[in-house]
Write a protein that binds this ligand. Structure first.
Ligand SMILES: [Zn+2]
Length: 94
């Protein structure tokens, strides 16, 4: 894995904007929004943290039905988290 100096300095955060070349080489988890049909108490696939999930759109590891918590989502797929938040606010306001 090749890292730019900025990435080495910051290591896990804030790199993607600065070294696009290494972005694909990083072991970035693939996160997707899927329908959570189980709900209830789950464990995050990434950090193993306990989370109370709800029915409806949620974050999952791509290709699996393993939930990803919002903290990990914000870390690895902030755009997906904002999409979910946007969707939630639209549901509540209607
Ligand atoms: Zn997590």
């Amino acid at each position: 894995m090749r890292l730019c100096t900025f990435h080495l300095a910051r290591f896990s955060k804030g790199c993607s904007r600065h070294c696009n070349r290494t972005e694909k080489e990083k072991a970035m988890p693939e996160i997707a929004i899927k329908e959570n049909v189980l709900g209830g108490e789950q464990f995050c696939a990434m950090c193993g943290g306990f989370m109370a999930s709800h029915l409806g759109p949620d974050l999952f590891m791509e290709g699996t039905m393993q939930l990803v918590c919002r903290d990990c989502g914000r870390e690895y797929a902030p755009h997906l988290v904002s999409l979910l938040d946007l969707g939630a606010s639209m549901v509540h306001s209607s």
